[in-house]
Write a protein that binds this ligand. Structure first.
Ligand SMILES: Cc1cc2nc3c(=O)[nH]c(=O)nc-3n(C[C@H](O)[C@H](O)[C@H](O)COP(=O)(O)OP(=O)(O)OC[C@H]3O[C@@H](n4cnc5c(N)ncnc54)[C@H](O)[C@@H]3O)c2cc1C
Length: 458
């Protein structure tokens, strides 16, 4: 199917608010009515975790935990394909913020309204119930989810928690160092206020050493730190800022789309980017602004400190994390690779970045919004089939990522992954890197984003 570019262009032309669904044109004001005196302040009601959040009706209930790229698509698909079910989305944020496209937002190529969306508006549009709360525990034996606002029971559960940072790998239990790192040098790899802190730091940067520590694999969106480095370097170059971006990479070379990134580093940003391969972080001092790595030590003026990634908290709260060969937590959710439910609990599904090993050859699906979105649709469909009493047929995702490497002219590179089942029912992956940076891929990137946002929110 060809992407429908007209929808994206029309939405962009309509300006802030249309895609966000939150900025409504203000009608002409009626004559001013007398303003009533302010109501006396009431105590802020936070629900009690010990109360039932909502009574159980006769409809089967599917609870989706996490309203990111995967969870939103699962909730929408369930409403469409299982109209008899009650669908509840639990999400801790009031507003969706897209990590895809956020590197372009960082350097003002798109505005807030393109990448932020109102959860309440979209839930009302699609007909599922959105509850803003934090999931604190899942009692799988009782099929009950506990949240900051109360508990609710489920027939099927979808875990879509995304990732969390494993700062303890760097700092052990030193909370002071963890809090300082999170507050001053955030990775901006989860959808929350960290992105704004990063953007403020970039806008305030007047020159010097800007260091990025890349997380070791498996990690969320492996090519996106290189894209971010290119966007920051382009910002320095275009603003005349004497800054140098140092990329500390665990890997021996950039991957995927390595030659495309290397060409951008060498040809566009020789004076702005230093790429350091095989640089495992050994020690970080966020107070003295010092980093020790296996490839050498350095000081920084600002840093984007990306700790290793793991499945998000709520996967741990659901006791859904797998074990490695030594019996230690693997950090990722242990799923049936084809059906995406937990091994040993077919009422609980996991989707998106949190998913663990799915194949012996390539191990993890790329941790991308594209895959999470596909997982949401697949698992929504699986549950709908089961609610209708049918055994679902296996569906595999695909993946497509565009990475902008140049701001003037605007140019991008891209990578595509496809999946198929082999003769012994193992998933096989093929990867196509497109290293030839060009403007048409930027147009495709925005077309891709417009279609995905249209699908999630339209
Ligand atoms: C800079 C950057 C650029 C990227 N670029 C691309 C790109 O170009 N293309 C692409 O395909 N992917 C890209 N990605 C990757 C993409 O963002 C992720 O792969 C995608 O968001 C994963 O979707 P998810 O649903 O698994 O997790 P998320 O989208 O992170 O959603 C998880 C949700 O769960 C919520 N949550 C977590 N714990 C709780 C709890 N206890 N209670 C309640 N709610 C909870 C979170 O608030 C969040 O909303 C990029 C990522 C980054 C950081």
């Amino acid at each position: 199917m060809r992407p429908d570019r007209r929808r994206l262009v029309a939405a962009l032309a309509a300006g802030p608010g249309l895609l966000a669904g939150c900025a409504v044109p203000v009608p002409a004001s009626p004559p001013a009515a007398p303003v009533p005196p302010p109501a006396p302040p009431r105590p802020f009601m936070i629900g009690s975790p010990g109360q039932a959040l909502m009574p159980r009706g006769s409809a089967p209930r599917v609870v989706v935990c996490g309203g990111g790229w995967g969870g939103l698509m699962a909730a929408k698909t369930l409403r469409q394909q299982a109209p008899q079910a009650e669908v509840v989305l639990l999400e801790r944020n009031p507003v969706f913020f897209s990590c895809p496209i956020s590197n372009k937002w960082l350097v003002d190529m798109v505005d807030d309204s393109f990448i932020t969306h109102d959860y309440l508006a979209v839930s009302q549009r699609h007909g599922y119930l959105y509850v803003q709360c934090s999931v604190t525990r899942v009692d799988r034996a009782a099929r009950r989810v506990h949240t900051s606002e109360g508990w609710l029971d489920y027939d099927y559960l979808v875990l879509a928690p995304g990732i969390r940072y494993h700062y303890e790998a760097w700092f052990g239990n030193d909370r002071r160092a963890i809090d300082a790192t999170r507050a001053r040098f955030p990775a901006a790899y989860v959808p929350n206020a960290e992105h704004h802190t990063l953007k403020r730091a970039l806008k305030a940067f007047r020159g010097g050493d800007w260091v990025m520590t890349l997380p070791p694999p498996p990690q969320r969106c492996p090519p996106s730190p290189y894209e971010r480095a290119c966007m920051v370097a382009w910002w320095f170059k275009s603003q005349g800022i004497k800054g140098r971006v140092t990329i500390l990479d665990h890997k021996p070379r950039p991957m995927p789309i390595g030659p495309g990134f290397q060409a951008a580093f060498n040809e566009l940003y020789k004076d702005q980017i230093t790429y350091v391969p095989n640089a495992q972080v050994q020690e970080i001092d966020p107070f003295a602004k010092r980093i020790r790595t296996s490839a050498g030590d350095l000081r920084f003026d600002h840093a984007v400190l990306m700790a290793p990634h793991q499945a998000g908290d709520l996967a741990w709260h659901a006791d859904a994390i797998g074990r490695d060969a030594q019996g230690r937590p693997s950090g990722w959710v242990d799923v049936d690779p084809l059906k995406l439910h937990l091994k040993g609990d077919d009422r609980v599904y996991a989707i998106g970045d949190a998913v663990g090993v799915v194949a012996p050859s390539f191990r993890f699906y790329p941790k991308s919004g594209h895959v999470a979105h596909a997982h949401g649709r697949i698992v929504g469909g699986y549950i709908a089939q089961r609610l209708a009493g049918r055994e679902p047929a296996v569906v595999l995702p695909d993946n497509l990522c565009y990475m902008m490497v140049n701001g003037s002219p605007r140019e991008a590179i891209s990578v595509q992954f496809d999946y198929r089942l082999n003769a012994v029912d193992e998933i096989e992956q093929t990867q196509i890197d497109d290293n030839d940076r060009r403007a048409s891929l930027v147009a495709e990137n925005f077309r891709w984003a417009g279609l995905k946002f249209g699908d999630l929110f339209g």
